[in-house]
Design a binder for this molecule. Sequence first.
Ligand code: PHE
Ligand code: ZN
Ligand code: ZN
Ligand code: ZN
Ligand code: CA
Length: 295
Amino acid sequence: PPDISLTAVKAHLTQLQSIATANGGNRAHGRPGYLASANYVKNLLDGAGFTTTLQSFTYNGATGYNVIADWPGGDPNDVLMVGAHLDSVTAGPGINDNGTGSAAILETALEVARQGLAPSKHLRFAWWGAEELGLRGSQYYVNNLPAAERSKVKGYLNFDMVGSPNPGYFVYDGDNSDGVGSGPGPAGSAQLEATLQAYFTSIGVPTRGTDFDGRSDYGPFINVGIPAGGTFTGAEGIKSSAQATLWGGTAGQAFDPCYHRACDTISNVSDTALDRNADAIAYAVWTIATATPPA
Ligand code: PHE
Ligand code: ZN
Ligand code: ZN
Ligand code: ZN
Ligand code: CA
């Protein structure tokens, strides 16, 4: 798997910050900064050779958009999806939440194209609208996917907040192996979890499980039985002293003190956490999508 360029991921974040700044300080559903963000992502994917769709929906009297990008080829009956929400809250530019996930999967998709990857699975990337209003874009996508198409989606990887400034290294606990909180999820979720964990083990970074409760866009997928996985570096939760010993950073402070605030800007990112998570995403995409025979 490739080493994803942190510089390239951060260049996308700089563009998302500029879009917010030029559009009233946010990239929220129904605001011009959202559509500008969607067009930014779509234009790069179109130029790289993806087949893209801007899927529109209505929520709260405003039009929302999902950007869906298919990489041509692979087994059409064995689809791996990778997604991130592209909208922010109205309070701020949403750079950690979720410029980071959006930019990391975008750069992974662009690297698929640069390498001319010919995976055994069919790859589909998604940038969701209106997550902050209740997973509206991802729910719309799943609701409107015909049953025959739904059954072809064998896994979904979700990335929502992967550069928190006081980071933890969390992997969705799809098998509920820690016995805490929700789950287990659909059976194949355990394998997606194990693949992401394997990357962090390979770089010597310990991980912990985080509750598989559907608090992001994987929720609509697991609710229809599609296995899912993902990583997360923490939101409003407070880093414990044990977690600070494990990962460094500041005990007694939130993983992201600017969560859902105006200060969630380009300055609100741990480059180390973002770099590690972007590389974990590429590792999982390459490992899962190129597995032979298709896993
Ligand atoms: N979905 C939450 C948000 O966008 C963030 C979150 C992601 C929380 C993953 C928990 C787990 O605000
Ligand atoms: Zn949020
Ligand atoms: Zn989020
Ligand atoms: Zn687990
Ligand atoms: Ca658990």
